[in-house]
Design a protein around this ligand. Structure first.
Ligand code: FE
Length: 251
C-alpha cells in the first residue's frame, strides 16, 4: 500500500492511496484531499481495506481532521465500510440522494444516519479548508446516481469507476493505445449508455484537467493522456446497445 502525493502546494494536497484490495477483491484506489486542517476521503472502500487505510491516513493527517467522506456510488467496494468510518470520525458522508435509503442496508447505526448527506442530481460545491471541491454529475457512468470529484486547485478529476482498468502492473498510464485493452472489457459491460458517455465527455472538455484518477487501476497523469481518455469515452458505445441481442430467454 502506497501513498503518492499527486499535487501539493499552498497547504493543499491530493494524495492517491493505491494498492489496496487483495485476493478475490478488485484492487481499489482511494484518494485523500487535504486542505489546511480539513480532509476528505474519496471512495473509502470495504471492510478489508478499512484498517490499512486508517493507518495510512493517520500517518498523513490527524484522523479528527477527516471532515468528509465521498461515495461516487453505491457499490460494495466503495460503501461497505461506511459505518466503521462514521464511527471512527466525525465526518459527514456524501452520496447521490438516490442511494440515501439503500446505504443504511450496509448497517449504519441510528446515531450516524444524520451525517449521511444526499447530493442533488445537478451536483454541488463543497468547501474544504480555504478552497473548494466540485461534485460533478457522472450519472450512468456507471451507476444511475453517480458523482465524480473535481479539484480545481490540483486540477485533478476523480472519476470513480469511469476509467477503471483491470490488470495493468503500472500505476501511471504512459501509452494510451497500449492501455485501452485493460479498460475495454469493463467499460463495454459496465457503462450502460453511449448517450451519457458523450454528455460526460462534453462536460469534461470544459474542465481544466492535469490528471484523471479512477477508482480502479492506473491513472492518466498528464493533460494529454487525460484528453485522450475523454476522447475515448466520447466514442464509447453504451452496454445497453452493445448487449441488445442478449435479451433472450435462456433455452
Ligand atoms: Fe461500481
Amino acid at each position: 500500500m502506497t501513498a503518492r502525493t499527486l499535487y501539493e502546494a499552498n497547504g493543499h494536497r491530493f494524495i492517491l492511496l493505491e494498492g489496496f484490495g487483495h485476493g478475490e477483491m478488485v484492487p481499489t484506489n482511494q484518494v485523500l484531499i487535504h486542505n489546511g486542517d480539513e480532509g476528505i476521503l474519496l471512495d473509502p472502500g470495504g471492510h478489508k481495506v478499512h484498517y490499512d487505510l486508517m493507518d495510512t491516513i493517520s500517518a498523513l493527517m490527524p484522523i479528527n481532521q477527516l471532515k468528509y467522506l465521498f461515495f461516487s456510488h453505491q457499490d460494495p467496494d466503495i460503501v461497505a465500510a461506511i459505518n466503521a468510518w462514521l464511527m471512527l470520525s466525525d465526518a459527514d458522508a456524501y452520496i447521490s440522494k438516490l442511494w440515501l435509503r439503500f446505504v443504511p442496508h450496509f448497517g449504519v447505526d441510528e446515531l450516524m444516519i444524520a451525517r449521511l448527506k444526499g447530493i442533488p442530481d445537478e451536483g454541488m460545491r463543497l468547501p474544504l479548508g480555504d478552497g473548494e471541491l466540485v461534485f460533478v454529475p457522472g450519472h450512468f457512468l456507471h451507476s444511475c446516481g453517480n458523482f465524480q470529484v473535481y479539484d480545481p486547485q490540483a486540477k485533478i478529476l476523480f472519476t470513480g469507476d469511469l476509467g477503471a482498468s483491470i490488470g495493468p502492473d503500472y500505476v501511471e498510464v504512459t501509452d494510451f493505445d497500449a492501455h485501452v485493452p485493460y479498460m475495454e472489457g469493463f467499460h463495454r459491460r459496465y457503462m450502460p449508455s453511449g448517450h451519457a458517455n458523450r454528455a460526460w465527455a462534453e462536460m469534461a472538455r470544459g474542465l481544466e484537467i492535469e490528471m484523471i484518477v479512477p477508482q480502479h487501476g492506473a491513472i492518466f497523469p498528464t493533460p494529454e493522456l487525460s484528453r485522450r481518455f475523454i476522447d475515448w469515452v466520447a466514442e464509447l458505445p453504451g452496454a445497453g446497445e452493445v448487449m441488445e441481442s442478449m435479451y433472450r430467454v435462456p433455452a
